[in-house]
Design a protein around this ligand. Structure first.
Ligand code: FES
Length: 343
């Protein structure tokens, strides 16, 4: 999987709401193979604002069958990239874009798919729902929380999909300005209302941390199994700041990393993560959020053990398969070797 950035032109811009913008990229013919994606994956964008290099990941809101690469960004207060994208980008400008990544994907098309989104968490959910409906899935439900009707991202497109797909697609909005929230009790009651479907369905949740947690709690209270629930955070959940300052001793800090078929030895500083060590010695590992959310920095542990602090991105199945997030990963024994090539 390619982890390099490519200079890609902006093909189209759509202001979706007063603070959300969709950016479609013009992927050149020769890069279309590298940019193939699964519904639910994301692109990492890189640009320089002043002297500072900024990277952010944005989920694709398009489905593969549309052959369009479009991401949606919502302006957040003090958000450098989101304000830049909303206020300064024009059609024809170029951004550095890394090919799609991410494991928030729905591979099965023969199971009911129940989707919960809030705010700009709708973006990967939009991609998944279009993909599922195109593939013939007969039951796709979307429960979508927004501040108010004016804040609904993709309102017109969702209304169109709803009209075209009739009984196959159920769309229900919740507006916090009316006191409607996707809290635990509401989600539990939605899940109980699904009756037998709740045992067969896959559940996908994307939104802020609080909404994800309450939705998960509601589903679990209704008896949905943890392995039916898939989540994607789009912002770092609140977590205690301050990484453990425990000093690694002996040769624990001597690690090996593999990237682009080259091996590098790194001696980590006491507080450094594997990613930080790799960046310090000047190799170019993939990363975006630096906080255990986006999974761009995922690598495979070839030997030894790696501990992760505050993992919000990897599922238990990926951890069991030996994957780690290097931006929050530190060696916990001697002889650690990780590879970005085996992802
Ligand atoms: S860089 Fe985002 S999870 Fe590590």
């Amino acid at each position: 999987m390619s982890t390099s950035f490519h200079k890609i032109k902006v093909k189209e811009l759509v202001k979706e709401t007063k603070d959300a913008i969709s950016i479609e990229f013009d992927i050149p013919e020769e890069l279309k193979g590298a940019f193939e994606f699964k519904a639910g994956q994301y692109l990492t964008l890189k640009t320089s604002i002043g002297a500072e290099e900024i990277r952010r990941s944005y989920s694709l809101c398009t489905a593969p069958f549309e052959a369009k690469w479009k991401v949606t960004s919502k302006k957040v207060k003090d958000g450098k990239m989101s304000n830049y994208l909303y206020d300064q980008i024009s059609i024809g400008d170029s951004l550095e874009v890394m090919p799609p990544k991410g494991s928030f994907t729905a591979d099965k098309k023969d199971k009911p798919v129940i989707l919960f989104a809030a705010g700009s968490g709708i973006t990967p959910i939009m991609s998944i729902l279009k993909d599922q409906l195109e593939a013939g899935n007969q039951i796709v439900n979307l429960y979508y929380g927004s501040r108010s009707e004016e804040d609904v991202i993709f309102k017109r497109e969702l209304d169109g999909i709803s009209q075209e797909n009739g009984h196959r697609f159920l769309l229900q909005h919740f507006f916090s300005s009316n006191g409607e929230r996707l809290d635990k009790e509401r989600v539990e009651s939605i899940a109980n209302g699904l009756k037998v479907l709740k045992e067969q369905a896959d559940f996908f949740i994307c939104g802020p941390a609080g909404m994800i947690e309450s939705t998960k709690l509601g589903l679990e209270a209704a008896g949905v199994n943890a392995n039916q629930i898939h989540v994607e955070y789009f912002a770092s959940p609140d977590s205690p700041k301050g990484i453990s300052q425990e000093v690694v001793s002996g040769s624990v800090e001597e690690i090996t990393v593999v990237i682009d078929e080259e091996e590098y030895q790194i001696t980590l500083d006491a507080t450094e993560t594997i990613l930080e060590g790799a960046e310090r010695i000047g190799i170019d590992p993939p990363f975006s959020c630096h906080s255990g959310v986006c999974t761009t920095c995922k690598a495979k542990v070839i030997s030894g053990e790696v501990e992760m602090e505050n993992n919000f991105g990897l599922g238990q199945d990926e951890i069991d398969e030996g994957y780690v997030l290097t931006c929050i990963g530190r060696p916990s024994c001697a002889g650690v070797k990780v590879s970005w090539d085996e992802v």
